[in-house]
Design a binder for this molecule. Sequence first.
Ligand SMILES: Nc1ncnc2c1ncn2[C@@H]1O[C@H](COP(=O)(O)OP(=O)(O)OP(=O)(O)O)[C@@H](O)[C@H]1O
Ligand SMILES: [Mg+2]
Length: 188
Amino acid sequence: MSGKSLTQSEAPLLEVKNLETAFRIDGEYYNAVDNVSFSVKPGRIVGIVGESGCGKSVMSLSIMKLLPKENGKIVGGEIKFAGINLENMTDKEINKIRGKDMAMIFQEPMTALNPVFSIGYQIEEVLHNHMKISKKEARTKAIALLKSVGISRPEKIVDEYPHQLSGGDASACYDRDCDCLPAQTINC
Ligand SMILES: Nc1ncnc2c1ncn2[C@@H]1O[C@H](COP(=O)(O)OP(=O)(O)OP(=O)(O)O)[C@@H](O)[C@H]1O
Ligand SMILES: [Mg+2]
């Protein structure tokens, strides 16, 4: 057989090259992520393993451009998503991608879900903003998404608030919130 397989020849969706992220402490910058490189092709799952505190979450926040503005910054390397360098993107430009093309699932679903908005609202907001569908269509899709992850009584859960859910249900709802559209999801 000649030629590359489809997977081998596909361009990466995410490319991280020599990434360095630092935090400013007492006026000095210290690296929390030091020279990390990897790439993810479409349809592939990549796991990043390392001891607690080694920089997995900070690396993910760097990719999502969610580092704390007051003391965190990328000090080296580059991040490309779908061939586009994320470094020079404005907040407005990245907001169009975040939640639509890439999303981050944070470690604690109970604290990541907004306690003052219903589950349905939090899923529908993403769908409505990025897919330009009506609120009614977004609601129907939100219910279908909840059902697809095995949530029982999804029609009721959409109107409930995070504190009313079990830990497992909250986690599944949160995953749907982050995961309903993106090409790239970072579980952190
Ligand atoms: N806002 C911040 N300011 C200063 N240092 C920070 C900040 N956030 C994270 N750090 C530091 O960056 C380093 C990497 O932390 P990070 O949360 O990425 O670890 P992790 O690999 O995700 O750990 P875990 O497996 O426990 O989730 C740690 O030393 C942490 O204290
Ligand atoms: Mg972490």
